[in-house]
Design a protein around this ligand. Structure first.
Ligand code: HEC
Ligand code: HEC
Length: 373
C-alpha cells in the first residue's frame, strides 16, 4: 500500500510548525537565529563530554551528512574510548522533521519519534540524552552538564536569550539546551534542501539521463519501489520531500558480527555475543514490532556509510544489492530478527545490473551543497 498520501499531510504539518519558529528551514540562507546559534555552540562544544573531547558533531559530522565520520566503524566510540554503542549513528539532518511518536490507527503503523527505535518522542527530548549516556558523552548527571554550560563562552548569550535565570535551575537549563539544539537542527545550516535533486525539483537544472532512469527505478512499484517508504515527492503546500515516511519496518537486515558492542561489558550488554537488537519491539515491549527500525531519510545518503541500524553494509551498492536479492542470493546472512520481516516490498526486485547502477546514480543526487558540475 502506498503510504505517501498520509505522509504528505504529516510533512506539511511538520514543515509548518518548523516555519513558524524563526529557525525553520525557510530562514534566509546563512542566517542563524540567536536560538539556533546557541544550539550550534552546544552541538559543537567538545567540553560537554566526560572526559572532554567529544561533541554531538564528533558523531554527527557536517562533512559526513551529519552522521558518524569514521566510516570504518559500524557504530560510534564513546567519550570514554573503551565504550562502543550498539548502533550506527544516523544523520541528524532532517531528523527533526520526524513527528512526535504516535500510532496511526488507520494504517496500523507506528510513526515518528527520535532515535532509530523511536524511544525519544521529540527532538527536544532526544537532544539531552547523549550528554548523559555513559557510552556516549558520559556525564554523570544533568548537574554536571549544566555546570559546564554555565562556564561556556555562550552562557551569557543563553541568559540574554532565555532570561537571566535560564541556567539557575537544572531542569529548566536542560530543557533550554534541548530547545536550542533543536533550533539548530531545524536551521538552514542543517536542513538546507540544497541537493542536485532539490535544484531539479525547482526547475533549475536537469538530471542526467542515467539519474532520470534511476529516479524511475526508485519510484516504480514494480522496480525499486523505494518511494513506498522513502517518498521522494513534495508534501502538500509544496514542501520538499524528506525521503522517509517515518514508519518502522524490519527489512531482514543481517546481524553485524563486526559490531564492537558484542564485546562490551555485561553492565552495558548482558547478552554478550547473543545480543539481538529488537528495535521498536524493545521500546514497546511488543514482539509484533521486533526487528523494526525507523525508515531513515535518504538525504545525504552517499555521505553516510556504513548503512543500516547496525552498520552491516559498507556501501550503497551493497544496500541496493541486498534489497534486490535478499531472498534469492545465498550470500546474505540470516536476518538479525527473523520475525516480522517485510516479505512484500523488497527482497527479490529483479533489477538488472543497469537498473541498479542507475538507482545508485540517482541516490548520489541527494547530497546537500550541490554546486553544479
Ligand atoms: C558517541 C557518538 C554520539 C554522540 C556524541 C551523539 N550522538 Fe546522536 N546518535 C548516535 C547514535 C549511535 C544514534 C542512534 C542511536 C539509536 O537510535 O538508538 C544517534 C541518534 C541521534 C538522533 C536521532 C536521529 C533520528 O533519525 O532519529 C539525533 C537527533 C541525535 N543523535 C542528536 C545528537 C545530539 C544533539 C548530540 C549531542 C548532544 C548527539 N546526538 C551526540 C551517536 C552519537
Ligand atoms: C518497506 C519499506 C522500505 C522500502 C520499500 C525501502 N526501504 Fe530503505 N529502509 C527502510 C528501513 C526501515 C530502513 C532502516 C532499516 C534498518 O536500519 O535496519 C531503510 C534503510 C535504507 C538505507 C540505509 C540508510 C542508512 O542511513 O543507514 C538505504 C540506503 C535505503 N534504505 C535505500 C533504499 C532503496 C534504494 C530502496 C529501494 C530499492 C529502499 N530503501 C526501499 C525501509 C524501506
Amino acid at each position: 500500500m502506498s503510504r505517501i498520501l498520509f505522509v504528505s499531510v504529516l510533512l506539511s504539518s511538520a514543515l509548518l510548525s518548523a516555519c513558524q519558529s524563526e529557525s525553520g528551514p525557510l530562514a534566509p540562507r546563512g542566517a542563524l537565529t540567536e536560538e539556533a546559534e546557541i544550539g550550534k555552540s552546544l552541538f559543537f562544544d567538545t567540553r560537554l563530554s566526560n572526559p572532554a573531547g567529544q561533541s554531538c558533531a564528533s558523531c554527527h559530522s557536517p562533512q559526513h551528512g551529519f552522521a558518524e565520520p569514521d566510516q570504518h566503524l559500524p557504530v560510534s566510540q564513546g567519550a570514554n574510548p573503551a565504550h562502543f554503542g550498539n548502533r550506527n549513528a544516523p544523520s541528524t539532518a532532517y531528523a527533526a522533521f520526524s513527528p512526535a511518536f504516535y500510532f496511526a490507527q488507520e494504517e496500523g503503523l507506528y510513526i515518528g519519534g527520535q532515535f532509530v527505535d523511536g524511544r525519544a518522542a521529540t527532538p527536544e527530548a532526544q537532544a539531552i540524552q547523549p550528554l548523559l549516556n555513559p557510552i556516549e558523552m558520559n556525564n554523570a548527571n544533568a548537574e554536571a552538564v549544566v555546570s559546564k554550560v554555565r562556564q561556556a563562552d555562550y552562557a551569557e548569550q543563553i541568559r540574554r536569550h532565555y532570561g537571566a535565570q535560564a541556567l539557575d535551575d537544572i531542569d529548566r537549563a536542560m530543557t533550554i539546551i534541548g530547545q536550542a539544539i533543536t533550533a539548530y537542527e531545524r536551521s538552514q545550516e542543517m536542513v538546507p534542501f540544497s541537493s542536485k535533486y532539490d535544484l531539479y525539483l525547482a526547475g533549475k537544472l536537469s538530471l542526467s539521463t542515467q539519474e532520470m532512469r534511476g529516479l524511475k527505478v526508485f519510484e516504480s512499484e514494480n522496480k525499486g519501489n523505494c518511494a513506498a517508504c522513502h517518498p521522494n515527492t513534495a508534501g502538500k503546500n509544496g514542501t520538499a520531500p524528506l525521503f522517509t515516511d517515518f514508519s518502522y519496518d524490519n527489512l531482514g537486515v543481517p546481524g553485524n558480527k563486526a559490531n564492537p558492542f558484542y564485546m562490551m561489558p555485561a553492565r552495558y550488554n548482558p547478552a554478550a555475543s547473543a545480543y539481538v537488537d529488537r528495535g521498536l519491539g524493545e521500546v514497546l515491549n511488543k514482539r509484533s514490532e521486533d526487528g523494526k527500525f525507523k525508515v531513515p531519510s535518504l538525504r545525504n545518503i552517499a555521505l553516510t556509510a556504513p548503512y543500516m541500524h547496525n552498520g552491516v553494509f559498507a556501501s550503497l551498492q551493497e544496500v541496493v544489492e541486498f534489497y534486490n536479492s535478499r531472498d534469492t542470493d545465498k550470500r546474505w546472512e540470516e536476518p538479525e530478527v527473523a520475525a516480522n520481516v517485510n516479505a512484500e516490498e523488497l527482497g527479490d526486485l529483479k533489477l538488472t545490473e543497469q537498473e541498479q547502477a542507475d538507482l545508485l546514480a540517482f541516490l548520489q543526487t541527494l547530497s546537500d551543497g550541490y554546486t553544479g558540475q
